[in-house]
Write a protein that binds this ligand. Structure first.
Ligand SMILES: [Cu+2]
Length: 529
């Protein structure tokens, strides 16, 4: 599709809701999120989602948020704990989106006859991303709807072998996941364990950092118009590759722990432990800290055997990267996402300043440990089954609605069972990407290893392909393919999902259902080769 006039117009025509976009560090200190701890094996908590007014970069916004703050509190638990969370939905529809005429100076297009509001924008539920818990009943059940005024009691029993690392919680109601993600609805969840007892790490200053992407209209609110995903037809230089119906001018803000371009302080020589979540619904972040090497110690919640020295780390939406960083030359160093080609040529993501690392004060200390912990091992079982899943692109069913992306030719249908697996077995899933955009695939409940990958773009140094690493979200190269090896743990059975974690893709149907049957249950024929 073509570029709507509003986006083709000079940048100056679009009001900037941030009031400070691209003007350098906003200067706030990175805050530590408030912590909710488990006690005696139980984390008991109420999570209220309601409209609120977080102040980001000096601007008072109007967004739906958890417990009155952006992002939500940090939950800290241990493997084997029970988490009881009462989700209360106190959201209210924010009304009709702003619509104006074509000659309006704000650059809107006229409303279509049919205004497509986000489907069920204020219906929600809860997903604990990466926890290897039951997807059934009152646990991590993706088929639950909590309407406005409703509530739901969730109970998650974290297994005793859940790796110690960074996970997160966020809404996962099909159709409104993107919208609620662009409100910043999410929070980090740390499972404490063996890696925290590595002596060098136990002594370090820890920073849990949540990167949000907020989509804001001129009023500082998240517009409730439908999002049409595209794969690059829109100018990414606005960092906004989506069009809406009706078109509403909007800009993105990318706060860290709710602060716009905050300052993170470290002493020269001091080693800190950073645990970073990319909660942006659509944007990959090729994370760099100017002048600093990263010592990568864990990915998607799963710690490594030893640190890996890397110049940068790419976080797809949903990924968590954990690393150590040693304060270098005194002074200010940019924390940024490097320019990156997430889609086809000429649609590059521009550089994005996220914050500033300020190295200052007396000489600090700290050591990079040689050894960490024993990572989980893939059980030595024969591959019970190999499946092929093909991602294709087709025009949206909605006229002018851009593209949508299908899995094996079909959009999401929650009443269908696409893949049925037997718990206690190992399978290989080969994802073939027939599209020219990277689609980061997330599979619920069980993490996986990358057994094979083809089609990494030439010269793209952002990929980590070590087959011993574990992930729960992994990118498919454009026009390439990835084979994921998974063990379906026997104690987490039921119906769940797998999907692209570019949330506008997920909401438009790039999601499949996955039934994990109890061990010994007879599988039936299902899609796949
Ligand atoms: Cu996708």
């Amino acid at each position: 599709m073509g570029i709507p006039d509003a986006w083709a117009s000079p940048a100056g025509r679009l009001p900037d809701p941030t009031g400070a976009l691209g003007t350098g560090a906003a200067g706030e200190e990175l805050i530590d999120l408030p912590v909710v701890n488990s006690r005696s094996g139980l984390l008991e908590h109420t999570l209220t989602v309601a409209g609120g007014h977080p102040v980001v970069g000096g601007r008072r916004l109007g967004l739906d948020i958890y417990n009155g703050r952006l992002p939500g509190e940090l939950w800290r638990v241990r493997a084997g704990d029970r988490v009881r969370v009462l989700l209360r939905n106190c959201m209210e529809p924010s009304g009709v989106p702003p619509v104006c005429t074509q000659d309006d100076a704000s650059g809107c297009l006229p409303a279509r006859e049919r205004q497509t509001l986000v489907h069920d924008a204020v219906t929600t539920n809860l997903h604990v991303h990466g926890l290897q818990v039951s997807p059934s009943g009152s646990s991590d059940n993706m088929y639950v709807s909590v309407p406005p005024g409703g509530s739901r009691q969730y109970v998650y029993d974290i297994p005793s072998d859940q790796p110690s690392g960074l996970y997160w919680y966020h809404p996962h109601h099909h159709g409104s996941t993107t919208h609620q993600g662009w409100s910043g609805l999410c929070g980090p969840l740390v499972v404490e364990g063996a890696v925290d007892r590595v002596p060098e790490i136990a002594d370090m200053r820890e920073r849990v950092i949540v990167i949000n992407a907020l989509r804001l209209d001129v009023n500082g609110e998240n517009p409730t118009v439908s999002i049409f995903p595209t794969a690059g037809d829109e100018p990414f230089t606005r960092d906004d590759p989506f069009t809406t119906d009706p078109v509403v001018p909007a800009r993105m803000m990318f706060p860290l722990n709710g602060g716009l371009r905050p300052v993170v302080t470290i002493r020269p020589g001091e080693v800190q432990r950073w645990r970073v979540l990319n909660a942006a619904p659509h944007r990959e972040m090729w994370l760099h800290v100017d002048g600093h090497t990263l010592y990568w110690i864990g990915q998607d919640g799963i710690p490594f055997a030893c640190p890996r020295q890397v110049p940068s780390l790419l976080l797809a939406p949903g990924n968590r990267a954990e690393f150590l960083i040693r304060g270098g030359e005194p002074g200010r160093h940019c924390i940024y996402a490097a320019p990156y080609r997430q889609g086809p040529a000429r649609t590059d993501r521009p550089a994005l300043e996220l914050g500033t690392l300020e190295v200052c004060g007396p000489q600090g200390s700290g050591c990079i440990p040689q050894r960490l912990v024993d990572p989980p091992r893939m059980p030595r079982l024969p591959i019970a089954r190999r499946r092929t899943l093909v991602i294709t692109r087709e025009p949206s069913e909605v006229p002018g609605g851009g593209a949508r992306f299908l899995i094996n030719g079909e959009p999401f249908d929650m009443d269908r069972i696409d893949q049925e697996v037997e718990a206690g077995t190992v399978e290989e899933w080969r994802f073939v990407n027939r599209d020219d955009f990277q689609h980061p695939m997330h599979i619920h409940v069980n993490p996986f290893q990358v057994a094979d990958i083809k089609g990494i773009p030439e010269g793209d140094t952002s990929w980590q392909t070590d087959p011993t690493l574990w992930w729960d979200t992994y990118r498919l190269p454009p026009g390439g393919e990835v084979t994921l090896r998974m063990y379906f743990r026997p104690d987490a059975t039921g119906k769940t999902v797998f999907h692209c974690h570019v949330l506008p893709h997920e909401d438009s149907g790039t999601m499949g259902t996955l039934l994990i049957s109890p061990p010994g249950a007879r599988g039936r024929a299902s899609t796949g080769a």
